[in-house]
Design a protein around this ligand. Structure first.
Ligand SMILES: Cc1cc2nc3c(=O)[nH]c(=O)nc-3n(C[C@H](O)[C@H](O)[C@H](O)COP(=O)(O)OP(=O)(O)OC[C@H]3O[C@@H](n4cnc5c(N)ncnc54)[C@H](O)[C@@H]3O)c2cc1C
Length: 467
C-alpha cells in the first residue's frame, strides 16, 4: 500500500483492499521532485504533513506494521520496495494532478517491467472525477449542474480500518527529510476528528449558511488541511453531518461547499493544462505588469487595502486564510496590481497548510475570471465594499493588522480617509504606520478590464485570421 494523500487507516478503500489480500507493506515515498518543487516548499504544510505521517505510523503500528519511508524517485523506490516485499500488487488512492498522473504512469511502467501490477482503489474525493461525467460524458464546466449530479451519488458506507495488519519488516529512512516542529494546528486523524466534532457540537455547522462569510467569526470547519492530506475522508465528513437529503439549510450549504473540492478535481482531471495556463485561451496572453515591488507589498500585507492585508498576514501567521479573504486578496493581486494570477497561486501554495493544486488553481482562476465557472472578468471585487459587508465591525482587520486596532469603526476599511488628528489619536499615521493604498482601485479596475478586453480581442482577431 503506497500512501500519498490518504494518510489514515479508517474509511480507506485502497488500504482495505490491500489488507484483504494478506501480507502488506505500508509505504510513503519522500519524492524529491515534489518536496523540492517551488510549489511544495511550504514549511508549515510540511510540518503538518510530518505529523500526519507520524500519526499514520502510530495507527499502523497498533495494527501490526510500521510505515516504511523511503526517499527517491518513486519509479525506482516503489519497484525496489515491491521487490523487497515480494509483492505482486501495489495499491494506491488515485490522484489527478498532471504531475501525479505522469508519476503514476512511470511507476506503473517500472512495476510492470518487474511483473508487478499497480491498482488505484478510490480517490481523495467523495465522488470520483469520472463518476459524474455529464449526459454525453463531456464533464462539467459549470458548478451547479455538476453539483446536481454529484448530489445524486449516494454517500458511501464507512469502510472500517483493518483490525490487524501483517507483512515483512523493511528498513525505513525515517521522516527527517521533513522539517521538525509543531504545525500551526494539530495534525492527524484524532485532531481532524476533534475539529469535525467541534464544528458540529458547537452548532457552527448549523449556522454555516450565514456564518461562513463573516470573517471575524470562526464560522467554517477548518478541515481543509485534513482533507488535503486525507487524514479525514470527505465521506467521513459527509456522514458526520448527516449527508445531503433532508438537511437543514446550513448543513446543505456546507455539503454543497464540499462539492467544490470534487468539482475542481473533476475539472483538473479533464483539463490538465489548467495547472499551467488559463482555461480560457483568450486570457492566456493578458499584458500583466508583474511589478516586483507591488508583489512584495501584497505578499507582506502592505497594500494599504486593510482586508487584503489582513488575509495575507493571517496566512503568514497561521497557514490558513478565510475563504472570503482569499477571494479578495486574489482579486487585489490580479485586478488591482495587475500581476499574473499564477504568481499568486504559487504564493498561496507556499503559504497554505491546505495548499492543494486543484483547489488553489480553481480558486485563482475563478477569481481571475480565466477559468471554469468564473466570475465574468468585468465583475471586479471592490476590496473596500467587500470588507464593509463581510467584516462590518472591522474585527477581522484589527486582529491581523494591529496598527489599525485603534482606528474608529467608520474608517477601519478606508484608514487613509482619517484626518491628521484622527490618525494621531488612533496611533496610526498613514504613510508611517500603515500605507496608503498602493494603487487607486477605481483606476486599476478600469485598466484591468481594458487589458482583459484587449487580450480577448487579440485572440478573436487571431482566430479570425486563422479561419
Ligand atoms: C484564491 C483561492 C485559493 C484557494 N486555495 C485553496 C487551497 O489551496 N486548498 C483548499 O483546500 N482550498 C482552497 N481554496 C478554497 C477555500 O478557500 C478553502 O477550502 C476554505 O477556506 C478552507 O477552510 P475550511 O476548511 O474552514 O472551509 P469550509 O468552508 O468549512 O469548507 C469545507 C471544505 O470544503 C472544501 N471547500 C470549501 N470551499 C471550497 C472552494 N471554494 N474550493 C474548493 N474546495 C472548497 C474544502 O475542502 C473545505 O475544507 C481557495 C480559494 C480561493 C478563492
Amino acid at each position: 500500500m503506497w500512501f500519498r494523500r490518504d494518510l489514515r487507516v479508517d474509511d480507506h478503500p485502497a488500504l482495505a483492499a490491500a489488507a484483504s489480500r494478506g501480507d502488506a507493506v505500508a509505504l510513503w515515498v519522500a519524492d524529491p521532485a515534489l518536496l523540492g518543487s517551488p510549489h511544495h516548499r511550504a514549511p508549515m504544510r510540511l510540518r503538518f504533513l510530518r505529523q500526519c505521517l507520524e500519526a499514520l505510523d502510530g495507527a499502523l503500528a497498533e495494527r501490526g506494521v510500521r510505515l516504511v519511508v523511503r526517499e527517491g524517485d518513486p519509479a525506482r523506490v516503489v519497484r525496489e520496495v515491491a521487490a523487497e516485499a515480494g509483492a505482486d500488487l501495489v495499491h494506491v488512492t488515485d490522484d489527478v494532478t498532471p504531475y501525479s498522473r505522469r508519476r503514476d504512469e512511470q511507476v506503473a511502467g517500472a512495476l510492470a517491467g518487474a511483473g508487478v501490477a499497480m491498482r488505484a482503489v478510490g480517490g481523495p474525493w467523495r465522488v470520483e472525477p469520472d463518476a459524474v461525467a455529464g449526459s454525453k460524458g463531456e464533464g462539467y464546466l459549470v458548478f451547479t449542474p455538476f453539483f446536481r449530479a454529484w448530489d445524486q451519488v449516494p454517500l458511501a458506507e464507512r469502510i472500517p480500518p483493518p483490525a490487524s495488519l501483517s507483512g515483512p519488516d523493511l528498513p525505513s529512512d525515517g521522516l527527517d527529510v521533513l522539517p521538525h516542529g509543531d504545525p500551526p494546528i494539530p495534525a492527524g486523524p484524532d485532531a481532524a476528528r476533534a475539529r469535525l466534532e467541534e464544528f458540529i457540537r458547537s452548532g457552527a455547522v448549523d449556522r454555516y449558511a450565514e456564518g461562513r462569510d463573516l470573517m471575524a467569526e470562526d464560522g467554517t470547519s477548518h478541515l481543509s488541511a485534513d482533507l488535503r492530506m486525507g487524514v479525514l475522508s470527505p465521506a467521513q465528513v459527509g456522514r458526520a453531518i448527516g449527508g445531503s437529503h433532508g438537511n437543514a439549510p446550513s448543513r446543505a450549504a456546507f455539503w454543497r461547499q464540499l462539492a467544490w473540492r470534487d468539482f475542481y478535481a473533476h475539472h483538473m482531471a479533464r483539463h490538465p493544462h489548467v495547472a499551467a495556463a488559463a482555461l480560457k485561451p483568450s486570457f492566456r496572453e493578458i499584458a500583466w505588469d508583474d511589478d516586483p515591488t507591488l508583489l512584495a507589498a501584497w505578499r507582506e500585507g502592505r497594500t494599504g487595502f486593510p482586508l487584503c492585508d489582513a488575509g495575507m498576514r493571517q496566512m503568514r501567521a497561521t497557514g490558513w486564510m478565510h475563504n472570503r479573504a482569499r477571494m479578495v486578496a486574489a482579486s487585489v493581486l490580479v485586478k488591482d496590481l495587475l500581476i499574473d494570477w499564477r504568481r499568486g497561486e504559487s504564493e498561496f501554495m507556499r503559504g497554505l497548510v491546505d495548499g492543494d493544486p486543484a483547489n488553489n488553481n480553481g480558486g485563482w482562476q475563478w477569481t481571475a475570471g480565466t477559468g471554469t465557472d468564473a466570475a465574468p472578468y468585468f465583475r471586479v471585487f471592490n476590496p473596500i465594499l467587500q470588507a464593509k459587508r463581510f467584516d462590518p465591525t472591522g474585527a477581522y482587520v484589527r486582529r491581523w493588522v494591529p496598527e489599525l486596532a485603534q482606528v474608529p469603526d467608520r474608517f477601519i476599511h478606508e484608514p487613509w480617509k482619517m484626518d491628521d488628528e484622527t490618525q494621531r489619536a488612533a496611533g496610526c499615521v498613514i504613510g508611517r504606520d500603515y500605507p496608503a493604498p498602493v494603487v487607486e482601485h477605481a483606476l486599476r479596475r478600469n485598466e484591468a478590464i481594458a487589458r482583459y478586453k484587449d487580450a480577448d480581442a487579440r485572440f478573436a482577431a487571431r482566430m479570425e485570421a486563422a479561419a
